[in-house]
Design a protein around this ligand. Structure first.
Ligand code: ATP
Length: 212
């Protein structure tokens, strides 16, 4: 399927779990590109530890030279909560005729019914959920309204509609947590192999997660 993957997040910082998932989703869905969209202000959680420009800089470093990976800075300049819906509305206008696929980890997907305008979101984009092998939707409660009539069995089925389908895709699971990573970096611990080398250098040089 030709289309644009939209991968949003706080990316505080972007790590190998994010990157590997994005790559496997790009391949599985045959996407033209994946747009990484760091948010300015996450709607559902505390402000990130590090400011939006620094998080975007780390994304830029992490994806440099990766074919089809693109940094999209639009949320950095938008005041107020960074709603994915606003981003999809803008992309829909800019990219007429391109299918948009919102890329989510399973944890983010389980929280989707709490998102601002989630129904409208499904009129603008398909959703691909990256999950660990063996995970099944029964694990999530209260998703019936969201998934009813929308689940498709394989990525090719997204071609049949412009938006509104949900596909679940098993990806290699790298159990890396940005929260744990920040704690390690906070005390000057070793973050090799959790993030790209370029991001590790940025974190260590700037000391952006150092506590005290
Ligand atoms: P934090 O620990 O700060 O909550 P996070 O990585 O969960 O970090 P985000 O940066 O907002 O938070 O996550 C962006 C997206 O990446 C979400 O869709 C989330 O489900 C997904 N994600 C988070 N961790 C991983 C991981 N280890 N592997 C794959 N995807 C992940």
């Amino acid at each position: 399927m030709s289309g644009i993957g939209v991968f949003g997040g706080t990316f505080d910082p972007i790590h190998m779990g994010h990157l590997r998932s994005a790559l496997e989703l790009k391949q599985a869905l045959a996407l033209d590109e994946v747009r990484f969209v760091p948010c300015r202000q996450p709607p559902h959680r505390a402000l990130p530890a590090v400011g939006p420009e620094a998080r975007a800089e780390m994304v830029a470093r992490a994806i440099a030279g990766v074919t089809g990976f693109v940094l999209d800075r639009r949320e950095l300049h938008r005041e107020g909560p960074s709603y994915t819906l606003d981003t999809l509305v803008a992309l829909r206008r800019e990219l007429p005729g391109k299918r948009l696929v919102l890329l989510l980890g399973a944890d983010a997907f389980l929280g989707l019914p709490g998102w601002h305008g989630w129904r409208a979101l499904l009129e603008l984009a398909h959703i691909a959920v990256a999950h660990r092998p063996g995970w099944s939707l029964e694990d999530g409660a209260g998703l019936d309204e969201l998934t009813h009539g929308r689940l498709v069995a394989e990525p090719g089925a997204l071609n049949a509609a412009a938006a509104g389908c949900i596909v679940l895709i098993a990806v290699t699971q790298l159990e890396i947590s940005a929260t744990a990573l920040r704690s390690t970096a906070g005390v000057g611990g070793d973050i090799h192999f959790l993030v790209s080398e370029s991001v590790r250098e940025y974190i260590e040089t700037t000391g952006c997660y150092r506590s005290g």
